[in-house]
Design a protein around this ligand. Sequence first.
Ligand SMILES: [Cu+2]
Length: 314
Amino acid sequence: MATDASSSPTAATGSEPRHGLRLLILWVVASAIGCPLVYFVLGPHVPPGAMSSSAANQQFDFTVLATIGTPVMLGVFIYFGYALTFWRAKDGDETDGPPIHGNTRIQLTWIVLTSAIVLGLAVFGTVELVTVQGAGAGEGPQPIWKPNTSSILQVQVIAQQWAFTYRYPQFGGFETTQLELPVGQPVQFDVTSLDVIHSFWAYQLGVKADANPGVNNIAYTTPEHTGTFVVRCSELCGLWHGAMYNFGKVVSASAFQAWAHQTETQLAALTATLPPYSLTYDPTEIATLGPVLVKLGLVGAGGGYYNPADPEQP
Ligand SMILES: [Cu+2]
């Protein structure tokens, strides 16, 4: 004989209120208030924000998950509070409640509901991965999902202990510590490392891709708002891992073109000494760079680095 699971252990008198109905009404009302609040009020503040296509999509996914999770969480807390309030044992009552032997209706509801949620989320998750080109994560050297565009800005991210540098192969392959991107332009990050395993995490862009030596790891995004974003190393990579961060900028298309062409010209002498642009690099070749720099006069006898912005340097 099935017992209503919402009956209290002391519900044998017959004069008990309909706890199940009360709980249901409380839960429906709380969910009807809570879900729109989470989606519309909390949603726009959910990290990582909406600075790029991938960030906006992650924000949407998190918001959807939080909205679906809200009735589940409310159900647990409402039942918990209700039970504490109405089914509390009276002082001095040492007796046990009556045993309960299953409830077909509740068991069926539970199985159907949880199956629907899990299968629905599996479909949702797959669709979201397909539609946003890997959701801002590194997809390895051969991405399955690519942006539907032929005009894509390529930016190579080179990680090493303990700094990121960026090469722009479409602008003569110059290498700089500054990461600038044009707004509204699809970007392809080719992420690699010269030494240990790092991770390129452009937080506000919603991009996080492993930087492995000898490996090209591709991630896509399209910046949608101008502004500054933080780049952090997201993989413990040695003593100064915590200091391995810098800032990137999303600027207007014209400002980007101006910056890229100016930097290309400014760094031309240095670019000539770099290994040719390639998707991965053999770090042992870097050892030959020193003599070249000295020969070209780019490194002084004092060992200082060449800085084109410094008027004191040749
Ligand atoms: Cu690192």
